[in-house]
Design a protein around this ligand. Structure first.
Ligand code: PEP
Length: 246
């Protein structure tokens, strides 16, 4: 796959506690998975409790603002300070719960890069859009906002996650063909900007990835790994998904 290193990120969302942190740290420490970039994104308050050479840390969101009077928000500088190298931006739950627009998401990605963090930028369509046959038009709008706000150089330092909303937390995974079709479309979209960018860009699939479907999804030509929600809360499942990416 053109030397793109496989990538698996776990998103705990608003789940987990100290005891899960301990379980994960111990298990991931004793299960090195070679040739896969592994990132864990626990809730921000638990980030400082982790340290391991076997995986990197990511935030689940960051503020697009400068540090200052923004009660409740977490800055990219802070994520960096507690050991993060990545941050998820534009997760559909943030778009939905916090009204984040396509341009808000692009601004957050830009802020992440300015802080030295790699943004994992989420895009994806709701069920009604898929049923109406308008997936590509919908995703184009999300992607256009990214190329408007981010340079080719910025984008080449980013990771994209395609997460069809109808597949998130529902147990309804996109078929490997559905995922591949969209990933190919996304890569072609970026190829229109810059061919080298498109060839090097890692595009993850997210939406009910489990140990039993990970391998076939990750085997698709334009699928470079996954963003894992529910299954990232069970350490055995998460490790077996990481192994499936190798
Ligand atoms: C996610 O929220 O990014 C996700 C893909 O969740 P799940 O794996 O639970 O569908």
């Amino acid at each position: 796959k053109n030397n793109r290193t496989p990538f698996v990120a776990g998103n705990w969302k608003m789940n987990g506690d100290r005891s899960l942190v301990t379980t994960f740290s111990a298990s991931l420490d004793s299960h090195a998975v070679s040739n896969v970039d592994i990132v864990l994104c626990p809730p921000a308050v638990y980030l400082p409790l982790f340290s391991s050479a076997n995986f990197s840390l990511g935030g689940q969101d960051l503020s697009a603002q400068e540090p200052g009077a923004h009660t409740g928000d977490v800055s990219g500088e802070m994520l960096k300070d507690v050991g993060c190298s990545y941050v998820i931006v534009g997760h559909s739950e943030r778009r939905e719960d916090h009204g984040e627009s396509n341009s808000d998401v692009a601004k957050k990605a830009s802020k992440a890069l300015a802080c030295g963090l790699t943004p994992i930028i989420c895009i994806g369509e709701p069920l009604a859009v898929r049923e109406a046959g308008e997936v590509e038009a919908f995703l184009s709008e999300q992607l256009k906002a990214l190329v408007e706000h981010l340079s080719v150089d910025d984008l080449s330092k980013s990771v994209i996650a395609y997460e069809p909303i109808w597949a998130i937390g529902t147990g309804k995974t996109a078929s490997p063909e559905q995922a591949q079709d969209v990933h190919k479309f996304i890569r072609e979209f970026f190829a229109n900007e810059d061919k080298t960018l498109a060839e090097g860009l890692r595009i993850l699939y997210g939406g009910s990835v489990k140990p039993d479907n990970a391998k076939t999804l990750f085997a698709q030509a334009d699928v470079d790994g996954g963003l894992i929600g529910g299954a990232s809360l069970k350490v055995e499942d998460f490790i077996s998904i990481c192994q499936a990416a190798n």
